[in-house]
Design a protein around this ligand. Structure first.
Ligand SMILES: [Zn+2]
Length: 447
């Protein structure tokens, strides 16, 4: 009933498809691309549409029209992409027994489409620069001037530097959502979002970019659409994968992940590739933020050992409040904006700790150990894809010695021990020898 089209609309074919002998009338509405708007000469139009939402909302509008008015049939098509003068931008057809219903229904549908569909219109003018326009209704157009968009912050930041910055945000969850909203609003010109997870119902209380209708959707894609909708002047890309080397062509990485193993992996990766990193983590009511400039002190300066995730847990195990992750995410974004704007911020020299329960803060000076290999960029990346959560054949190694497991040369299985620590070490060893062997995360206690 409702559709989007990238190719020209044929009114004849659509009218024919609504043919119905019971109907006494058909009313067809065409919205055309005209050659002027608000005193400016228009030469062409461009529509950018948030497809998934537009299709859902469009369908809903037509269903409402069908209920409200006594219709036999109703159909609407909205164009997307670049349109020339005179082309049909919106086509609506309604059939009814009596003409009045069909007239009223087309009027209702066009007004609702204009008001409710997430459609951006870019007008290309004959003599002026193109402009994005959001058409709320026939006399209410919101013009988007880039300068006006940033007018309330431009005294505080270097807008050009932000516009030219390329930022990689890893994790579009509790920290990622506020970070992405703030970066997009501030006008960071290129934002890449990497997250391989999908939206679940238990995310919604804190991850403000998502709503119930997005449950099951890929977070990287859903969040990128949302922030693109917020700011049409920036470039946003969503990648629904784990972080790979080819993703790292950026000026800054922002780590918004929620487990230690990934955090250390990203930390080491950034030091190896000399990429500045702003990392934040939250544990119940407490959070911390630190900016790492490669060569100027790192986590391995304190201890070379990666702490085990199972010793600490994450928000899945201990709970988390949206206000806490939103606060930390906003501060993390603020650190990023300062850093991109001026090249410095306060968490390059100090790690910032916040306890939201009693509103206490602490700043601890970062330190650099002489001769730290990670700081020097000599980083051995730890194997990251050694753990699985199930869905594989399992080899129980609790009653086997390390030597016995190695001698078995297992293939295409997940090793399982008590807590998933010995199995992980052995799986890494076997992977180095070329065997496809994994470790069951958490060991038998996770089964
Ligand atoms: Zn170091």
């Amino acid at each position: 009933m409702f559709s989007l089209s990238t190719t020209p609309i044929s009114s004849e074919l659509l009218t024919e498809s609504l043919q119905n002998e019971k109907a006494g009338a058909i009313v067809v509405f065409h919205g055309w691309v005209r050659d002027h708007n608000e005193g400016k000469k228009v030469k062409s139009l461009e529509y950018q549409i948030y497809k998934e939402l537009a299709l859902k909302e469009g369908k809903r509008i037509l269903e409402e029209a069908k209920k409200k008015f006594n219709l036999h049939g109703i159909m609407a098509v909205h164009r997307e992409g670049h349109l020339a003068l005179g082309e049909i931008a919106i086509w609506i057809g309604a059939t009814s027994s009596h003409r009045d219903d069909a007239f009223k229904a087309t009027r209702y549908v066009i007004d609702e489409i204009k008001y409710r569909l997430p459609v951006w219109k870019k007008e290309h003018y004959l003599h002026e620069k193109p402009e994005w326009v959001f058409c709320k209704d026939h006399h209410h157009h919101v013009h988007f001037s880039e300068k006006e968009f940033y007018s309330k912050q431009s005294a505080l930041v270097n807008q050009d530097k932000l516009k030219n910055a390329k930022v990689l945000v890893v994790g579009a969850g509790g920290l990622g959502c506020p970070v992405l909203l703030s970066l997009a609003g501030a006008g960071v010109g290129h934002i890449t979002i990497v997250d391989h997870d999908v939206v679940s119902l238990s995310n919604l209380h804190r991850q403000s970019l998502y709503s119930v209708n997005l449950v099951g959707e890929k977070k990287a894609i859903a969040s990128s659409k949302k922030i693109q909708e917020l700011n049409p002047f920036i470039h946003v890309e969503g990648i629904s994968e784990r972080v790979k080397l080819e993703h790292l062509q950026h000026d800054l990485m922002i780590d918004c992940t929620d487990n230690l193993e990934t955090k250390y992996f990203l930390h080491d990766l950034c030091h190896k590739l000399r990429l500045p990193l702003i990392s934040s983590s939250v544990y119940q009511n407490e959070g911390q933020i630190r900016t790492f400039i490669p060569g100027e002190g790192c986590l391995r300066c304190q201890s070379e050992v990666t702490p085990d995730d199972s010793l600490l847990g994450n928000c899945n195990d201990f709970g988390v409040i949206g206000a806490v992750t939103n606060t930390l995410g906003s501060l993390q974004a603020s650190e990023a904006i300062k850093f991109l704007s001026t090249g410095e911020n306060s968490t390059t020299t100090h790690t910032f700790y916040l306890n939201v329960a009693d509103l206490s803060i602490m700043k601890v000076k970062n330190f650099k150990k002489e001769g730290c290999k990670t700081c020097a960029g000599e980083v051995q990346l730890e194997e990251h894809k050694v753990e699985v959560s199930g869905g594989m054949e399992i080899l129980d190694i609790r009653n086997l010695t390390d030597e016995e497991v190695m001698a078995l040369k297992p293939h295409n299985v997940a090793l399982c021990c008590h807590r998933g620590i010995r199995s992980k070490k052995l799986a890494m060893k076997l992977q180095e020898e070329g065997h496809e062997v994994y470790s069951l995360k958490g060991g038998v206690s996770s089964l």
